[in-house]
Ligand binder design. Structure first.
Ligand SMILES: Nc1ncnc2c1ncn2[C@@H]1O[C@H](COP(=O)(O)OP(=O)(O)OP(=O)(O)O)[C@@H](O)[C@H]1O
Ligand SMILES: [Mg+2]
Length: 141
């Protein structure tokens, strides 16, 4: 399924509809070029799952783990990774334990991360617009 959004708010709302279909143990990869809206998407999903604090890019840490409404939500960013070693996986694994986990720049974790429940890809369209494809989830989002 591919959608076009015209604002960050619309991207957050789309992510919220995806989030409503997820449960603990699900992994969502969120790919797309710099500034395409990956963190905005994850923020919308976090809000829909009941996370109330700031949701910011974990670029300078491996990840964040938030308490949502009855479920924990993890937000990882593998931008600085080139592959994931066994030792690094040891640091990452707890983020996937009993969470709904969103992973920005997941390419480095291919073959190491748990299989995703949904695959999200964002692209720039015109200014302020983004094309967002979501595969693997409910197609009626
Ligand atoms: N339709 C849209 N959807 C999402 N973001 C949008 C949209 N239109 C404009 N923006 C803006 O684009 C920027 C997206 O930034 P964001 O941090 O979410 O991107 P990112 O893909 O996570 O970047 P990075 O690769 O640096 O992690 C924000 O400033 C946001 O306001
Ligand atoms: Mg980001």
């Amino acid at each position: 399924m591919e959608s076009e959004t015209s604002s960050p708010e619309e991207t957050e709302a789309l992510a919220g509809r995806l989030a409503a279909t997820l449960r603990a143990g699900d992994v969502v990869t969120v790919s797309g070029e710099l500034g395409s809206g990956k963190t905005t998407f994850v923020r919308g999903a976090c809000r829909a799952l009941g996370v109330s604090g700031a949701v910011t890019s974990p670029t300078y840490t491996i990840g964040h783990r938030y308490h949502g409404d009855g479920v924990d939500v993890a937000h990882l960013d593998l931008y600085r990774f080139q592959g994931v070693s066994a030792a690094e996986w040891g640091d990452l694994e707890p983020y996937f334990d009993e969470t709904i986990a969103f992973v920005e720049w997941p390419e480095a974790g291919e073959g190491v991360l748990p299989a995703p429940r949904a695959v999200v890809r964002l692209r720039h369209a015109d200014e302020g617009r983004r094309l967002i494809s979501i595969h693997g989830a409910d197609t009626r989002l």
